[in-house]
Design a protein around this ligand. Structure first.
Ligand SMILES: NC(=O)c1ccc[n+]([C@@H]2O[C@H](COP(=O)([O-])OP(=O)(O)OC[C@H]3O[C@@H](n4cnc5c(N)ncnc54)[C@H](O)[C@@H]3O)[C@@H](O)[C@H]2O)c1
Length: 258
């Protein structure tokens, strides 16, 4: 028996990095996988690779969420797993923040997650046979410990962490079996760092800095994060809700430099 057999899944930001790894991993385990992204070219290519279905989606736009969830309801009549994964890096240190970039960051990293929970959660409530499902919100280890260099990113990822708990207890107290957990990756080798890799030298320095933060001494691989998402998506995690799942090579366990 495959771990996601017969489960209808939706992953936001599935055209790259962690989301792309989840699209593949969930498909391998029998999930009927839909995914959304603003990058339609890459999205269609990923869909072709594994037979998942790509839907164009900007997570900050409520109408686009309504259209994506309607399409899944028309096709399958249910939603079992939702991963709110789409996200971007932040606006840099406090002194340099401009308000337009700050608002865009919150629109994607926070409002985008809320809209996914709202519209995906409403379809889960209508699932034939009762309100069931698993929502996985991708936060970060930066949603647990702060970085001085990126005030906005930490703020958005901290917001995702507590939003997740609020949504989890709301569903549970209304007697629904819709679980909601946050996943907190540490630095993982994905294109998210591309804007920072301005030269080979800078890129090597960045990797060295990231590695120093991680007791296991290396960056994570997307599949290692996708494996935790898979556990949370499957019925193996049936007693977990409102909880934080850290996958960061020990980064949040260590006192800096000790
Ligand atoms: N890579 C890491 O080290 C790391 C660590 C902790 C948390 N995360 C989080 O994991 C998630 C995925 O990051 P990644 O490393 O795979 O990044 P990535 O840049 O490789 O992929 C992000 C995807 O999201 C899409 N996206 C961006 N804005 C969007 C929008 N408005 N609507 C829909 N899709 C949009 C992009 O097109 C891209 O395909 C993010 O939430 C990120 O904050 C990443």
């Amino acid at each position: 028996m495959l771990r996601l057999e017969n489960k209808v899944c939706f992953i936001s930001g599935g055209a790259s990095g962690l989301g792309e790894a989840m699209v593949h991993r969930f498909s391998e385990e029998g999930g009927q996988v839909y995914f959304g992204d603003i990058d339609a070219v890459r999205g269609e290519a990923v869909a072709k690779e594994c037979g998942a279905i790509f839907l164009p989606l900007d997570v900050s736009d409520e109408e686009q969420w309504v259209a994506a969830i309607q399409r899944i309801e028309q096709d399958k009549g249910r939603l079992d797993v939702l991963v709110n994964n789409a996200g971007i890096l932040g606006t840099g240190p406090l002194e340099t923040i401009d308000i337009a970039s700050w608002n865009r960051l919150f629109a994607i990293n926070v409002t985008g997650v809320m809209l996914g929970c709202k519209h995906g959660g409403m379809l889960m409530q209508r699932n034939p046979g009762g309100a069931t499902g698993s929502i996985i919100n991708i936060s970060s280890n930066a949603g647990i410990l702060a970085t001085a260099s990126d005030c906005g990113y930490s703020a958005t990822k901290g917001a995702v962490r507590l939003m997740t708990k609020s949504i989890a207890i709301n569903f549970a107290r209304r007697g629904m079996s819709i679980r909601c957990n946050s996943l907190h990756p540490g630095p993982t080798d994905t294109p998210i760092f591309k804007p920072w890799r301005t030269s080979e030298k800078v890129s090597t320095q960045l990797d060295d800095t990231l590695r120093e933060m991680i007791p296991l001494g290396r960056l994570g691989q997307p599949r290692e994060i996708a494996n935790m998402a898979l556990y949370l998506a499957s019925d193996e995690s049936s007693f977990s809700t409102g909880s934080e799942f850290v996958v960061d090579g020990g980064g949040t366990s260590a006192l800096a430099g000790m």
